[in-house]
Write a protein of this length. Sequence first.
Length: 320
Amino acid sequence: MLKSVAVVLIDDFAAFEFGVVCEVFGEDRTDDGVPPIDFRVCGEKAGESLSLGYGLKVTPEHGLEATEDADLVVMSACDVRDEYPPAVLEALRAASARGATLLSVCTGAFVLGAAGLLDGRRCTNHWRHSTRFRKRFPLAELDPDVLFVDDGDIITSAGTAAGIDACLHLVRRELGSAVATAIARRMVVPPQREGGQRQFVETPIPECASDSLQPVLTWMLDTIDREHPVADLARRARMSERTFARKFVAETGTTPHRWLSTQRVLHARMLLEGTGMSVDEVARRCGFGSGALLRHHFHKVVGVSPQDYRKTFAPQAVRG
């Protein structure tokens, strides 16, 4: 059972992410049938103010000793930095060693990584920090596409609102679906969201390493609704098929087929956001030919269906 929660703060922690943890675990919801939770806000030293940004400071009531017997220790989000307080890292290691569950919200995963707790472990983080995270913690098994990762005694979440998903998931796992649903209702959020981070990632058009194929790429985008056999593309580039295919991979990092499929999905995203076209019409305009084929490729790249994407990102005027 989840009876005690200690959330750890350091200077320049993130207000929203901290608020999420307080909202899920710190509010007294016993009137709604939620079991009472001993909730503790901890700094490196009790009574020492920490910067919240926005010209504000917060003074935790507890020091790190309050993590020593907590069932769950939460590392809240904070600015990414080269070094973190050694005492905080040691407290996290000690909590893990005695069998407590650890949960990080957004960039809090960097602190768990700095403590050496994510080596060989599945985890996630905000998609914008994926490259930086991988370079710093190459032994961690990062999945940048999901909202959270439950790896047993360590749970990590993606950015901002994904902390809600991770916290409610932990409540559901430890206290049951009824309790998680009761908290979600009070927070006016879904108990469980569909999809992952991929639907929120802004995927730019892959840059070409040189300008030798740029005219061909531009033409492919301008005629994205047409079929583009490699033989035709090679002729337009005035190369043999083998040379064209090799040069295409060298300059774009992928094959012509994959590059074009990705661009078609990106074009579909724009049409779904900005027009009221049916899925079949979007598919035709993007060169997929059928709604079924669009749904297949769209889900593969974005992680949700075209219809669900439109519900999330299109304005009401477009959704109808």
